[in-house]
Structure formats: C-alpha cells, structure tokens
Design a binder for this molecule. Structure first.
Ligand code: ADP
Ligand code: MG
Length: 303
C-alpha cells in the first residue's frame, strides 16, 4: 500500500519512525511506574544542544509514567569558577580536595547556578522539576569521608584528608517521595550536611547511587563523557556482572572519576537496584536510546 502524497524516501522515513515508536512500547511498559535515578555529569551538561535534549528526554520519561530523579554534578563548572578566582583544583582518588573557600564556591555553583539551570531547562521543555540542595532540609545527611591508603614503601595506613568531602549517611527519602507523588521531577545537588551543620561536597555518582539504593530504584544511570568502562585496549566493556565489577575496580586502567562510578554501581546493586549503567552523555538522547531501544548503550552492571 502506498501513500500517493509522499515520496518513496519520505515513506521509508515515516515508516521507520513508526516502527521505532512500536519498538519502544515493551520498554515503556517495563519501566513505567518505576523510579530511575539519573546522574547528569558536569561534562555531559557542557553543550547547549545536548542539555536541551536531556531536558526533553527527562520530560518524556515522566510523560510515560516513569519517575526520573536527577542528581547533577558540576565538576567543569566548579573548575572554571575556581580558575577565575585563582584557586588551584586538586584531586585525590578521583575526588576533589575541598577546603573552606572551595566548599563555598562548590555550594554556590552546584545549588545556585547549575541546579536552577537544570530545573529551568526541564520546565521549559514542559516538565515539572523541583530543585533540592542536598544540604538543605536534611535531605542528605553526611559525614567526612575517610579514605585509608597504604604508602608504597611501607604497610602503614593513613587517612587521606580531602577536607570538606563527605559521604552520605542517610537520605530524607520522604522528601523525594513526596516530590514524586506530587508529579514532580526531583533535581538534587550533591551536597550533604553533618550533625554540626557543616556542608560537604559529595561525589555526585555516590549521591545518585545512595539515593537509588534508598529509593529501591529499578535503575541507576550514570551519564558521563566516555562510552562507558573501557578496558586496557580502550574497548568498551558492554556487560559486567556484580562479581566482575568488584574485581575491575582495582585494575590499573580504571582511574580517576571512573573508580567512584563503579563502586557506586556496586553499592547500589547490593542495596537492591537491579541494574546500573554507565553511559555516554555526549550522545544525543542517550537516555532514550538506553531505555527504549534494543540497542542499549554503555556498560551495564547487573546483579
Ligand atoms: P563525570 O563528570 O561524568 O563524573 P569523571 O571525569 O569524574 O566524569 O569520570 C569519567 C572519566 O573517567 C573519563 O572521562 C575518563 O577520563 C576516566 N576514566 C578512567 N579510567 C577509565 C576507564 N577504564 N574507562 C573509562 N573512563 C575512565
Ligand atoms: Mg566524576
């Protein structure tokens, strides 16, 4: 059967579009009604077109009955602000060393600039986003992060001092659930507060994983600026089971920001999240490709 009013190539184009929608249907059914936590990386949000598409994708997920919860990073934006103020950025074990002056800048960039922009972008695309600063309303309770390290020449263990870098100890999950129940899309900055009122910078992957675990989310999606976990030959590792993910973390080719990502996935899965994916936020509509097509992208870590 042919449509006289369309050229052959237009017909093929529209039929392809229709079959893409039909292909999405079982995936929409599978994810509808579920909570999916998405870490939106500072690198992935650097490009205007990509961030517009991200907002549209988040809106679309909500429209089809999925409950997206967004946790954002802001590394490159924080680096830029620190550079403007002549403060040197330092990293240890993929985490930012954060002194008093730095935490003030981190808080401003994350909660005032980036959080507001993401909320605004989602709202402009027709969604209903609600912004949360992790260190407000006791949303993310935290304590100072202590990483034990052994020096190369002796077996003596010492604690790395990263300053105001925290690790979550509790999430006020009711605040997030209430937001979801009101039909909103929570957008959360990765800051925490301790019982003395100190604010901590927390790796956004860690926060996303912790929230996914507390919410018993069906999926954790970590958008980043690489295709996924790459092996020593720089080839993408598409699938990892839980045990292999635990092993890979100590490999020499897993460095910097990839380490907290993988340990976050492991923690989330051990708390009941079914699947965690590290995927390329530089690809347009990465979320839609991952969730609604049979191609799936990135590295899937599953229980
Ligand atoms: P994000 O802002 O998304 O958290 P990060 O810089 O913290 O980004 O982490 C992603 C980075 O981890 C990649 O850009 C890459 O340079 C680095 N990385 C280290 N080891 C690996 C690996 N084995 N596979 C992929 N990326 C890796
Ligand atoms: Mg990172």
């Amino acid at each position: 059967m042919k449509f006289d009013f369309l050229s052959e190539s237009d017909q093929a184009y529209f039929i392809h579009k229709a079959s893409t929608l039909v292909e999405a249907l079982p995936y929409i059914r599978q994810h509808s009604g579920k909570n999916i936590v998405i870490k939106y990386g500072g690198h992935a949000m650097g490009n205007a077109k990509l961030s517009k598409n991200f907002s549209k994708d988040i809106g679309l997920l909500k429209e089809v009955g999925i409950n997206p919860v967004v946790v954002h990073g802001g590394g490159p934006q924080i680096d830029k602000m620190l550079k403007d103020k002549n403060i040197k950025a330092n990293f240890l074990e993929g985490l930012r060393v954060t002194n008093k002056k730095t935490i003030e800048i981190v808080e401003k960039v994350l909660s005032k600039d980036i959080n507001k922009k993401i909320v605004n972008d989602i709202n402009l695309s027709g969604g209903k986003a609600e912004g949360f600063a992790g260190n407000q309303e006791n949303l993310i309770e935290a304590k100072k992060l202590e990483i034990p390290v052994k020096s190369l020449d002796s077996n003596i263990e010492k604690i790395l001092d990263l300053g105001f870098v925290g690790t979550p100890t509790n999430i006020n999950i009711n605040l997030i659930k209430k937001s979801i129940d009101c039909g909103n899309i929570p957008v959360i900055s990765p800051l925490g507060i301790d019982k003395f009122g100190n604010t901590y910078n927390i790796n956004a992957d860690t926060v996303a994983g912790y929230i996914a675990g507390s919410l018993k989310a069906s999926k954790l999606l970590l958008l980043t600026d690489v295709a996924g976990i790459l092996d020593e030959k720089k080839n993408l590792i598409s699938f990892l089971n839980f045990d292999d993910a635990k092993k890979i973390i100590n490999e020499k080719y897993v460095l910097g920001g990839m380490r907290p990502k993988i340990s976050t996935c492991i923690d989330a899965i051990s708390k009941g999240v079914k699947q965690a994916t590290i995927l390329d936020g530089r690809i347009s509509h990465a979320l839609i490709l991952e969730l609604f097509t049979e191609h799936g992208i990135g590295t899937q870590i599953y229980s």
